[in-house]
Write a protein that binds this ligand. Structure first.
Ligand SMILES: [Zn+2]
Length: 341
């Protein structure tokens, strides 16, 4: 079965000004490079999205917040200091969420074996009732909620490896036990949005279903590999998801201008391959990656293509030994009431 890619040239119309890092060129570079990869293209189907309905957006956001984004979009004011908004924003945010959830559903129904949502604007900082960090609607959270409504799906795993903590996704599922949220990110002490400490593990029914692995500045591929072995692999096997969604942020790359991590495109290949391998073992290969951040354009493009190659040709990753960080002990301690690690 082919890999599904959702993409539209309309996603390039989302323009926050020449000085804003979340530029159309990020996605343009990825799609143009993909279109030069003839071998990959043989095993890929690219489809055009349609906008999400307001009902779908309500799966993750309050009606008042949706109305607020609609109004701000008309008036052209800001959502927060880093997140401008303009007349096209509301419709493009609907198209971004729509594309992601249509790819999720098509993959669930067996039209594709797996997929990658090449969408803008990104979503993982959008909480139930606030936007920010270049995000308006939470594409991956809306998709997860939609999938969880389907009969075939009892549990969804979201693995978020954007360099920034996905505070929005965490917020939306904080009280849920049918969604396991695992985030690898640069420590909130040193990076926006400041959340994502190991102590944040969920509440009420969701206790234990939020897993935060914060990395200190300078963390490398080897450190991420150790966290894959210590957290992602055992937790996914204990949770047994029916579907895996993954927030892909390439902004942990050492060339990224906004963060202080030291990942390479090889590290992204390991992150991608391990996630795909877990999906093969646990849920019939059903995994959809969703584009979030990544501001060093060439490095992001190269890393995305490595993940796409892994989607098209799944194989078990040959992970190196890895190198643990002291913070892993703190993560393990906070999770010990809930998981066997
Ligand atoms: Zn980010």
């Amino acid at each position: 079965m082919n890999t599904g890619i959702v993409y539209s040239d309309k996603y390039l119309e989302h323009d926050l000004g020449p000085d804003h890092p979340e530029k159309p060129e990020r996605l343009k570079s990825i799609i143009e490079s993909l279109k030069r990869e003839e071998k990959l293209l043989e095993k890929i189907d690219i489809f055009e999205p349609s906008p999400a309905s307001i009902e779908d957006i309500k799966l993750a956001h309050t009606p008042a917040y949706i109305e607020k984004i609609k109004k701000l979009s008309k008036s052209g004011r800001r959502v927060d200091l880093d997140t401008p908004i303009n007349k096209k924003t509301f419709d493009l945010a609907l198209l971004s969420a729509g594309g992601t959830l249509q790819l999720g559903e098509k993959t669930l129904k067996g039209k594709f074996g797996n997929g990658f949502a090449l969408v803008r604007p990104p979503g993982h900082h959008a909480t139930r009732d606030s936007g920010g960090g270049f995000c308006y609607f939470n594409n991956i959270a809306i998709t997860a909620r939609k999938l969880l409504k389907e009969d075939e799906i009892d549990r969804v795993l979201i693995f978020d490896f954007d360099a920034h903590h996905g505070n929005g996704t965490q917020d939306i599922f904080y009280q849920d036990n049918n969604l396991l949220y695992i985030s690898f990110h640069q420590s909130g002490r040193t990076l926006y949005p400041g959340t994502g400490s190991p102590k944040e593990t969920g509440e009420k029914d969701g206790e234990g279903y939020t897993v935060n692995v914060p990395f200190p500045p300078g963390s490398s591929d080897e450190n991420y590999v150790a966290a894959l072995k210590k957290f992602l692999i055992p937790l996914s096997e204990q949770f047994e998801p029916d579907f895996i969604l993954s927030s892909v942020g390439l902004d942990g790359h050492r060339k990224d201008p906004l963060t202080n991590l030291r990942l390479s495109s090889k590290g992204y290949e390991w992150l991608g391959k391990t996630s795909i391998d877990q999906a093969s073992k646990l849920c019939d290969g059903k995994i959809v990656f969703v584009l979030e951040g990544g501001y060093a354009i060439d490095a992001s493009t190269k890393s995305v293509l490595k993940i796409m190659n892994a989607l098209v040709n799944p194989s078990s990753p040959d992970l190196p030994k890895g190198e643990k960080k002291p913070v892993f002990e703190k993560v393990k301690e906070n999770l010990s009431p809930y998981w066997d690690l």
